[in-house]
Design a protein around this ligand. Sequence first.
Ligand SMILES: *Cc1c(COP(=O)(O)O)cnc(C)c1O
Length: 344
Amino acid sequence: MIHLEQFVRPNIWKLKPYSCARDEFKGEASVYLDANESPYNQPYNRYPDPLQVSLKEKIAQIKKVSPSQIMIGNGSDEPIDLVFRIFCEPKMDNVVTIEPTYGMYKVAADINNIEYRPVLLDADFQLNAGKLLAATDEHTKVIFLCSPNNPSGNLLKRTEMQKVLETFPGIVVIDEAYIDFSSEPSWLNDLDKYPNLIVLHTFSKAWGLASMRCGLAFASEEIIGFFNKVKYPYNISELTQRYVSEQLFEKDAIKNRWVELILGEKQPFINELNTLDLVEKIYPSDANFLLVKVKNADKVYKWLVEKGIIVRNRNNISLCNNCLRITIGTKEENKALINALKLI
Ligand SMILES: *Cc1c(COP(=O)(O)O)cnc(C)c1O
């Protein structure tokens, strides 16, 4: 048991949320004159379901959780921002994260005026729970972990993550944007065991739906209740709800096929990259991208841009000196990159 009142900002704990028209009347009626919508241009004239009930029922089946444990966001970036707004008091509280990791945690911390405490991973990009926990104090409300991690691509050690979950009294967010590409089970299976756990998934990567802006936070029903109180009432458009919902079961099989295709390209791509003189090291990856150390990352990056090939230059990121982050594409796209690198 955790006592959430200790971790939720007092103003949010007391918040009486905005009650929109679709909250006040739920159900079927023949005449809707309650929301100042236009009677024309059906079906787009109507506000969407603020709690996305139908979509959550489908997601619940696929992810094997209860619909009450799901929050749907405008990408995972929305729940990341909401975590700060729900749990962290500006200028007073802090969050602890691994370094290097996904850049949005720091941006969301800065926007919300929350101290951000990065703790360097070791040279293999691995987590040491003791070192991470040593950076926490009584004002640390949230720890962010990302596994498989971006930009390094590796899974964090499960035993170390478990230590963090069991020792840290506050909220632990585990961002699993790349979990579909990894061999390890999701922390979603442990949701009922850890009342302080929030797991993030997204439709933007393996599912091939980045344009839909649809991300997921999974947590206890109590925590999801706070997400629902603080989020914009109509945060997910009708088009997104409908499209993701329609394609979910059909795409589940196709998504697995896409993951197989991408993972099938991975080892040949690594082998090709390893034949190049300019490649110094390819870090182990449990995701759909590779972190590649090269001889002169800035020069290689510029060269590739000139050839119309864009990778991510991570040269200025901690522990990523001279590293490029390269997404695994189709066989043809990967080949185009290799060919361009051969000409350098
Ligand atoms: C890509 C990515 C996301 C997904 O963000 P969306 O807003 O859902 O598109 C989340 N976390 C990490 C670590 C990522 O790399």
